[in-house]
Design a protein around this ligand. Sequence first.
Ligand SMILES: [Fe+2]
Length: 353
Amino acid sequence: MKYVSYKDLQPGMCIARPIYGEDGQVLLNSGVILNENYIARLYGNGIPGAFVLTDHDEEVEVPELVTQRTRQSVIGHVKHVFESIELGKTFDMTPLGESVAAIVDEITANPNVLINLTDIRTFDGNIFAHCVNVCILSIIIGIKFNLNELELRELAIGAILHDIGKISIPPQILQKRGPLTQSEFDLVKRHTVNGWHILRNNNGIPLLSAHIAYQHHEQPNGKGYPRELLDEQIYLYAKIVAVADAYDAMTSARVYRQGMMPFQALRVIRQLREIQFNTTAADFLISSVVPYPIGTRVLLSSAEIGVVVDVNIEDRERPVVRLLFRADGSKYHLPKEVDLMREESLRIVRSLS
Ligand SMILES: [Fe+2]
């Protein structure tokens, strides 16, 4: 099976893993053959993509960090909280708190799992999916900082609601294709302060979680916003969410651009690690995310094309690749796997999917 993002799903593809809606109901079961109606239904439910069966040669087992069921149910609860706040209604934090705790539990049960593309890549800048991604990445970084379960939950709640202040910013500014004017940017910056006010007034939300909304655009060099805080004035939670937020923003597609591939986004984080981020948090993210995730098609330096079937923990830039096509474009009829840890003359030039 392989993961296919929404825009690349085609009628005739066969669903390999069940797809769950926001309230946990099964939208499409495994074995279903996609048609235009089903694809439209996935879009309508904000589903970023699906696992589909593939040609036998590309068949790989993709590990799941957080189950689709948990992910979709959290997305539903975040959406509910956003909508309630937007309408000025009171809401109960309990369901969201419980589903966030479920994410923490699933990740802490398997803390060494590396983050594959499919765990977090989204489309269309779906704000709720983005919130969940930032939450997942933050928990993984938090575990590396040895945070305890209570701290991880505080971090996770703040991470999932870090952009709640955006509800008061006009969507046409948030989705604007071109560069923002100074006054538009000033307005966007306000989402931090707005978020702080919204969260600190809710009894179900720890104060430290509210600080995440306030501080997640601050930078240790004092050049962040809204208060240009210095390193020692910024909470660790906010430093963690800042890196997670930046990574997810880079890899997520927007209406006006494709998302970066993980290896490209990792490169940017590496370049900015001492400038814009807490270096330890950046390093923890870099060491948790797989640059060439399992299931990714890659172009090798030999001009052969293959699919990543396993990741080497010692050097994640050099995974095990199953060769699919020779340099002349002809297909390999017998699957041949190369471990790039052993084949030192070979390297990955770039990913193709
Ligand atoms: Fe933000």
